[in-house]
Each structure stands twice: as structure tokens, then as C-alpha cells.
Design a protein around this ligand. Structure first.
Ligand code: DQQ
Length: 561
């Protein structure tokens, strides 16, 4: 029997039922946040030919009301699916969508749709003009891979630009098109915005956006339109985010140059043109992200699809959530992005329980302390800072050279219960009383050629006793000078089947889906643990129970707040 409640989340975005994947066309317009998303209204699995654009609105990015689908596959130019794309507001205030249609011959083309009534605060109705498709598939595009238009931006010449992912000669390429009227688009005859090595035939859901270089302090975002005149200059640089086919999201900071023919020069050319070697947006399970400029709070906000890992869509009648929206800004090094849950999450905070005194607590070697015993910890926001009194005992990586390129395997080999020198220490979340089930989010400090390297892991191997669940280990090295700082911060959002972690102030993110079985029968627990040889001090700890948000009229996870 179907159990639509099973595994549902309490404050992550999901439709009331059925399948969802990529976030599409997020925007803030007339006081309202809009999120569109890839949606199969007919069932809980991805069905290429049936995808619509689901549509929800929110006043605060936390509580959402579901509206009718914005786009359904009803026209010759999208009869086999309305795939991903972007939204923008045209001068004069008319919102427009550019999206990929799978046409009646199953060819990928780009279409436009306009809000029928721009003064409707909910933008309920969308009109597809009959001149669609506005961009047909070019002759040199192979593999029928031509999709996912970025949010359009306007150059100093007044022309609109959009980048579309295309397979050209077997290479994942971004083609730029220009238009004066948003209806007739012409391909830039010059070199593409990006061409990957042939290893990546198609790059999905590209995202190109300006970002303030002063933002490290101010955390301020920039509108694509504000970059009119376009190019990186002064205090503005750009970020190009690419989704490598069926794998993960990567990004590179760089110089976008309109006057040099719409080109992008990476800030870290040494990483090469294969985005698989660029910086990773999230080291866990997250895909097809898309950001937008939130004019209300002057920040850039990231949405991203987080797929299921339990192969149980049919039984549940639904699949797919969105990561909690994240504010995103440039790190002080000018190369990395910092991501942090939008502050509105705090409106859900109900009860706080740290269990620790104000001066913090020492967790000795082999120690394990329960935290948040007084809150419902399957729906929580936990922030913790670990202080490391001594690095003396750090294990060496010198004989494990492979590990530098494979932090994920290092996490798998040196799990939360493999005792170490400095660490592993961290959190056990969604844990059953006897720890038969738990998800471990933890750190381990290594010494490598006289320097220190900090590993962050999310280990799912014991997250669920259920059969058929994919339970990997995620891992990454933090960009931190632990010798100087002597402390490591972690924030983890827990939401029934989600463990979304922000290490080192949001510089390293790791999202996981887990399916604990104990939660249906009893309480989930959270522990701070330390399986290192020396003590660590927990100098800050906040564990907040979060209320269920109103999400698309569906009952929140467990619904038991
Ligand atoms: N999902 C969409 C495509 C996109 C892919 C189809 C990425 O437009 O390339 O549902 O997940």
C-alpha cells in the first residue's frame, strides 16, 4: 500500500505527491518568490515525455503554496516534455521563461513563454507564443543534446544573451545566443562560452552569474541585469556552474567578457576544461542546481535537486526534494563559494536544547555525549564548533598518497568508528538508541608533509537497516588552516530523510538522503562523539528543533510537531 507520508520532509521543498527533479526559473517578483520545477504530474518517476513545470509561490522561501503547473507539454514544440530552463523579468515588468521543449519529433529546442498577466501577483498563467521554438537545434549539435537555457542577461549593446548547453563534436559546450526582442535569437559565431574535454558530452543546467568580489564581507548578491554592460570589471567577477552529465555540480570563478565576444576566462585555468575537475558545489548528493538574485534581501540564492536513494518511489508515490535554499557569496580567496541556509530558516526554530553549559564541554577520547535530548531531533538545525587543543597525535597521510585525490575512499576506510589521532570527531544524527542506525558527519585531521589536512565525511553506511537503500560515504578536504585556527565548525540540517551539512562556515557542503527505520517507531537521537586519541572541546553548540513548514499543502515529515 502507498504511504505518502513515509520519508517525507518537514521543511524541505517538495510537491504534495509525484516526481520532481531540477529547480527551474527561480525568481523574486513583486514581493513573491517563485519556484518552478521539473514535475511529472502523472506519477512518482521521471518520465521524459511527460514533464511539466510545477509552480509554487512563497513570501519567505520557507512556506510554499502550490499553484497549477506553469507549463505542460501541450504544443508541437514541447509535446514530449517541458524540460529545464530559466525565468527573467523583461524591462517593463513582464516575466518571461526560456525552457527546453522536446518537440513532436523528439528533438530538443528552446522555447519562450510569457506571463499572461504580469500584474497577477501569483503569475498563474503562462502563454507560449506560436513563433516557438525560438531556437532550433543547430546542424552541428550531436546526440540530440541541446538544452537548459541559462537566465538571460543583457549586454551594453542592449542585446539579450543566453547560454544553452549543447553537444558539439562530442564536447559539452555552452553556445551563446543573442536577441534584441527575446523572440529572434542568433548564435554567437565566435568561440563558445565554454567547451569541455570530450569526456563530458553534455553539461546540464548551466548557471552563469555575476558576484561581488567585496561580497566576502557583505555577502551581497548581484542581479544578472545589474551586470548589464556585462563583463567582469571593478568589483564584479562571475561564476560559471556546470552540471556534468549524471554526476555532480561544479563551478569556477572567472572573467566573463562581453566585449571579447561573450567569453569566460577561468580564474583557475590549471583545473582544465573538464568541469569534473572544477570546484564541487556540494560533496554529497545534489544535482542540477540553479541560483537567482533575491532583490528583497540583495543576495544570491541557490536551489538544487536532491534525488532519493531508496529506489522506493512507486511505494511512496513521490520522489525528490530541493535542498534548503542557500545564500551564496564569494569567499575571501576570490575562488570559492560560501553557502549558508537562508536566514528565514530561523523562523522555524521552536525549542533549543544544547545539553552543554555556556563554556562548552570537553569530549574526551572515546567520548559520546547526547545532545538535544529535549527536542525532536529528526527535525533540527544543529550548529557546533570543535576546538582542537593539540595536533600532536594527527595521523600521517604520507603513506596514503592516493587519499589526496580520493577523500571519499579515505572516509570509507577511516570511518567514524575507526579510532584515530585527531578525530574522528563530529555528530551522529538520526541515530537509534543502540546506534544500529545512525548517520555520521565528522572530521579527521591528518598530517601531510609537515602540513595539516582536515577531512570532512558523511558516512551513510549504517544510516538505515532497510534493504535496497544506497548508503555511500561522502568526503572532502576542507580549505582551512587548522594549525592557525585550531577550530572547525559544522552546521547540520536534519529533516527526517535529509542530512545537509555545512562544514567550515559553509565552504564545504555535503548533502545526504538517508532512510532510518527506527524513526517510525521511536525517537531519533543526536550525539557528539570523539574517537580520536585526545580530547576536543565543543565551544559552541546549538540544537534547535524546527517546526514543520507549510509546503505545498502536504503534511510535513512525520507531521508530529
Ligand atoms: N533534467 C531535465 C533536463 C536536464 C536534466 C529534464 C538535468 O532539462 O538536462 O528533466 O537533471
Amino acid at each position: 500500500t502507498k504511504n505518502p507520508q513515509h520519508g517525507r520532509t518537514a521543511y524541505h521543498f517538495q510537491p504534495a505527491k509525484n516526481w520532481q527533479n531540477d529547480p527551474n526559473g527561480p525568481m523574486y517578483h513583486n514581493g513573491m518568490y517563485h519556484l518552478f520545477y521539473q514535475y511529472n504530474p502523472h506519477g512518482p518517476t521521471w518520465d521524459a515525455g511527460k514533464l511539466s513545470w510545477g509552480h509554487s509561490v512563497s513570501g519567505d522561501l520557507v512556506n510554499w503554496a502550490a499553484l497549477d503547473n506553469a507549463l505542460d507539454p501541450t504544443s508541437p514544440f514541447d509535446a514530449n516534455g517541458c524540460w529545464s530552463g530559466s525565468a527573467t523579468v523583461l524591462p517593463g515588468g513582464r516575466p518571461a521563461i526560456l525552457y527546453t521543449g522536446i518537440d513532436a519529433d523528439r528533438v530538443q529546442v528552446q522555447n519562450v513563454a510569457f506571463a499572461s498577466n504580469p500584474s497577477d501577483p501569483l503569475l498563474r498563467d503562462w502563454h507560449k507564443p506560436s513563433c516557438n521554438p525560438v531556437i532550433g537545434i543547430p546542424a552541428d549539435v550531436t546526440g540530440n543534446n541541446f538544452r537548459d537555457p541559462t537566465e538571460p542577461w543583457r549586454g551594453s549593446d542592449g542585446l539579450w544573451r543566453v547560454a544553452v548547453a549543447a553537444e558539439v563534436e562530442g564536447k559539452g559546450t555552452l553556445l551563446v545566443y543573442r536577441s534584441a526582442d527575446f523572440l529572434r535569437w542568433e548564435r554567437n559565431p565566435g568561440p563558445p562560452l565554454h567547451a569541455s574535454s570530450p569526456a563530458v558530452p553534455v553539461l546540464e543546467c548551466p548557471d552563469l552569474f555575476p558576484i561581488s568580489m567585496a561580497a566576502a564581507a557583505e555577502q551581497e548578491g548581484l542581479d544578472a541585469l545589474m551586470a548589464a554592460g556585462g563583463s567582469s570589471s571593478g568589483g564584479v567577477t562571475h561564476v560559471l556552474k556546470l552540471t556534468d552529465f549524471a554526476k555532480e555540480d561544479h563551478y569556477m570563478v572567472g572573467r566573463y567578457d562581453e566585449l571579447a565576444g561573450d567569453t569566460f576566462a577561468p580564474a583557475e585555468p590549471e583545473r582544465g576544461d573538464d568541469p569534473g575537475r572544477w570546484r564541487r558545489l556540494d560533496h554529497g548528493h545534489l544535482y542540477a542546481s540553479k541560483s537567482f538574485f533575491d532583490a528583497r534581501k540583495k543576495r544570491r540564492v541557490l536551489w538544487a535537486w536532491v534525488d532519493e536513494n531508496d529506489g522506493a518511489a512507486e511505494a511512496k508515490g513521490w520522489a525528490g526534494i530541493q535542498a534548503f535554499p542557500r545564500a551564496m557569496w564569494l569567499d575571501g580567496d576570490g575562488k570559492g563559494l560560501v553557502q549558508w541556509p537562508v536566514e528565514e530558516i530561523e523562523t522555524l526554530r521552536r525549542k533549543r536544547d544544547s545539553g552543554f553549559g555556556p563554556e562548552g564541554t570537553e569530549v574526551g577520547a572515546g567520548g559520546k555525549v547526547e545532545i538535544g535530548a529535549g527536542i525532536q531531533s529528526s527535525q533540527a538545525d544543529v550548529e557546533v564548533v570543535f576546538e582542537i587543543p593539540s595536533l600532536e597525535e594527527a595521523e600521517t597521510l604520507d603513506d596514503l598518497e592516493w587519499a589526496l585525490d580520493d577523500p571519499q575512499r579515505l572516509c570509507a576506510e577511516k570511518g567514524a568508528f575507526v579510532h584515530g589521532g585527531v578525530g574522528p570527531f563530529g555528530l551522529l544524527v538520526l541515530a537509534s538508541g543502540g546506534l544500529q542506525e545512525h548517520t555520521a558527519v565528522f572530521f579527521r585531521v591528518f598530517r601531510h608533509q609537515g602540513k595539516y589536512k582536515v577531512l570532512m565525511c558523511t558516512d551513510l553506511t549504517r544510516s538505515s537497516t532497510k534493504a535496497g537503500v544506497n548508503k555511500p560515504c561522502y568526503g572532502a578536504f576542507l580549505d582551512v588552516d587548522v594549525e592557525k585556527d585550531r577550530s572547525i565548525s559544522l552546521r547540520t540540517l536534519i529533516d527526517h530523510t535529509v542530512v545537509e551539512s555545512f562544514g567550515n562556515g559553509g565552504r564545504t557542503c555535503m548533502t545526504a538522503r538517508v532512510y532510518p527505520e527506527h524513526a517510525a517507531k521511536g525517537r531519533s537521537r543526536t550525539y557528539v562523539f570523539n574517537h580520536g586519541a585526545g580530547a576536543v572541546k565543543v565551544s559552541k553548540l546549538e540544537a534547535w528543533e524546527l517546526a514543520a513548514a507549510a509546503v505545498n499543502g502536504a503534511g510535513g515529515g512525520g507531521g508530529s510537531v
